[in-house]
Design a binder for this molecule. Sequence first.
Ligand code: SAM
Length: 273
Amino acid sequence: MSGTRRPLKSLGQNFLVDGTVIDKIIQAADIRPDQAVLEIGPGRGALTKHLAERAGRLVLIEFDHALAAWHRDQYLGNSAVTVIDADVLKVDLAALLPEVAQKWNVVANLPYNISTEVLFRLYGVHRRLARMTLMLQKEVGDRLAAPPDCSAYGVTTVLLGLWFDISRVVVVHPGCFHPSPKVDSVVLNFMPRSEARAEVGDEDLFRAVVKSAFSMRRKTLYNCLKSAEFAKMIDCGELLEACAIDGRRRGETLSLEEFALLSRRVTELFKEL
Ligand code: SAM
């Protein structure tokens, strides 16, 4: 196969070679008969063949042209499998994942250099998803479970925590990959919630509020919010006062509920403009 070429570091190619971990991921993905599945970065196909056996429809997005061509060859004549030779960060996921009755199941051993950006994009289509089973760098996975006011707590914790119940499947040692990465990895299960954990008003504004609050970790919440695009239209001092949140705090001390409160108020203020 084309996999005899050396793995590309630039594409985060650490291929899974441990059968036990592969089995755990496939079990955790719990693909229902005829479900539509998206795999990001199928690589040399460690997970793909199991997904193709179970899924009613399988979409693969692979940025390594040689590997994408190899998968195309593998599944030639199998109309249930679609291979997209593209950068997942440039693919319009909302267009790619149409509304389907059973919703999409996403499975990926993500390239570490883009995993946070991919998480943001998947968050953007959470309503289309039934489940995600993702391998992440352990440090990134730990961030998702971090409580407020600790260094790991960040934008992904708050955004993903709003819409997903996240649980750990297994911690994966570097020796389970070829080549071995320098750090541990973790497989997480993301179960979309039928209702958000908190009422946030406009979701785009919620995302903007959260991102701005974490934009400059050494600055106060007031200063962070003030430099955001949305703050050109509103008075951040009044906003914080109306929410009874001290603007001298740091953004990373706010709980999800406090972010939701700010976002609801910003939504109201925008409606009044
Ligand atoms: N799924 C395979 C496995 O578990 O062995 C490969 C996982 S490897 C960590 C990441 C895969 O993502 C590689 O195949 C790599 O070429 C692909 N990839 C890297 N950047 C990508 C991008 N921007 N869009 C789509 N695929 C990408």
